[in-house]
Design a protein around this ligand. Structure first.
Ligand SMILES: [Zn+2]
Length: 452
């Protein structure tokens, strides 16, 4: 499995003996004292060595990392205590080497919880560090209609249930990352602006931590498309493709851009807001307050509106901004309805999907001119309707891109479904644990007293 892409390498303060590996681009934890940060960097170094090389002896680790053997023993003791490493019998170094006790990464006691809150659902994806999926669920929830306070309560409820299930499976979460469709200041975990949720300056990480009471592991927030792009890069249909763009296909449309194997974040972390590319200056008003954004032509609401103009979808969207409104129909249900209409050859739906496909190709051509990706992976409803959407999108892309077919960029449907962002969020938590193993709680035996 390719390592996750990164925008910034982890700093290894006070010169850790070997260069630290790349991370997912989240800011690292505050440096703290020189000694503490050096120890953190060394814990990470040792843990990543075990992940990449498999079981080995302490002296093998010392030789490979350049750390003193006594230091490695001390680091191993802490990693064992935190439930991240276990003794696995013996390893023999070479034909003449004496058998030595070997240690290995033990992912089974530590979990990583990824969540996503989107316009009309909450998704969770909980894994242990060995990659076992412990919780995977998506529930319909009208986040836009309920407003931030009620959404936080519901997010907390869903998180508590997932944490309890993961603990029952033996893996206490060593962190949570929540995917949000909007601009996120990932340092403090503040949602700067999420137009389709109506959130503005929401300190989501702090609020969720408060909802979770005694949860002591790190809670982070990131953009949904960035996290989905990470999931695609590590385990999706275009895994390992160093230049790719991922497009969410929800009510809003976001982009995660991977260039040269690294997630592109930009100066403030706000890159990838492709849904608000102004493609139609005389068009409709967007959730962001501007006019003619790309998502007003290709978002799920645009498709439903075009396919079924006389049904009440649009007024439903407008009217459910009041708190306590009836939850909106599950997006899955809307997409199923459209799929059924397509299968039945319903002309208005066929025309609507073809038109959305052309707009998808038009916006895609801007991205190809800018980033020259090899693949544009489309998720959400785009993937579900790929058979009908991609042919017109691909034709329009090739017509409009300055390099034409020479750009060799293909639209590909994601196979990760609506869960891509929460899956990427879980893999980011796992990567954080690799970056800073000391940030998680102690091993299960020590953990039972504080509930974490
Ligand atoms: Zn917009």
């Amino acid at each position: 499995m390719p390592r996750q892409p990164a925008s910034t390498p982890v700093s290894a303060p006070n010169s850790a003996p070997a260069s630290a590996p790349a991370s997912t681009g989240h800011r690292t934890h505050p440096a703290g004292s020189g000694h503490a940060s050096l120890r953190r960097a060394n814990l990470s170094l040792v843990l990543r060595h075990l992940r990449d090389e498999g079981p080995c002896s302490r002296s093998d680790v010392a030789d490979a990392t350049g750390l003193h053997r006594a230091t490695v023993s001390s680091l191993m003791a802490e990693l064992i205590q935190r439930g991240l490493v276990r003794e696995v019998g013996t390893a023999r170094a070479g034909a003449i080497g004496r058998p030595r006790r070997a240690v290995a990464l033990d992912g089974s006691h530590v979990g990583a919880l990824g969540m996503e809150i989107n316009v009309d659902y909450i998704a969770v994806h909980g894994v242990d560090l060995a990659g076992r999926v412990l919780v995977e669920r998506r529930i319909a929830f009208d986040a836009m209609g309920e407003g931030p306070d009620r959404s936080l309560v519901e997010l907390g409820r869903v998180a508590r249930r997932a944490i309890a299930e993961m603990r029952r499976a033996g893996a206490a979460p060593g962190g949570i990352v929540v995917a949000v469709p909007g601009l996120v200041d990932i340092g403090p975990g503040v949602v700067t602006l999420a137009p389709n949720l109506g959130w503005d300056g929401l300190p989501l990480a702090e609020r969720l931590r408060a909802e979770l009471g005694g949860f002591r592991a790190p809670v982070g927030v990131d953009n949904d498309a960035n996290l989905a792009a990470l999931a695609e890069f590590t385990s999706g249909v275009a895994a390992g493709t160093p230049d790719m763009v991922y497009l969410t296909g929800e009510v809003g449309v976001g982009g995660g851009i991977i260039v040269g194997g690294r997630l592109l974040r930009g100066a403030d972390g706000f890159s990838g807001e492709v849904g608000h590319l102004p493609v139609n200056p005389t068009g409709r008003r967007c959730g962001c307050g501007r006019t003619g954004c790309w998502e007003t032509k290709v978002g799920l609401a645009a498709l439903v509106r075009t396919a079924t103009p006389h049904r009440a979808y649009e007024s439903q969207v407008k009217h459910r901004v009041r708190p306590g409104a009836v939850p909106a129909p599950d997006p899955e249900e809307r997409v199923k309805e459209i799929s059924r209409a397509l299968a039945a050859g319903e002309p208005r739906t066929l025309a609507a999907v073809a038109e959305v496909g052309r707009w998808l190709g038009l916006g895609g051509s801007i991205l190809v001119n800018l980033f020259n990706p090899r693949v544009i992976v489309v998720g959400g409803y785009f993937a579900r309707l790929a058979e009908r959407l991609i042919p017109p999108a691909q034709a329009e892309l090739e017509r409009l891109v300055v390099a034409g077919p020479a750009a060799r960029c293909r639209f590909l449907p994601s196979n990760l479904g609506f869960g891509a962002a929460s899956r990427g969020a879980a893999s980011m938590v796992a990567d954080h644990i690799m970056d800073d193993p000391a940030a998680i709680g102690l091993a299960p035996a020590a953990r039972t007293s504080n509930g974490n």
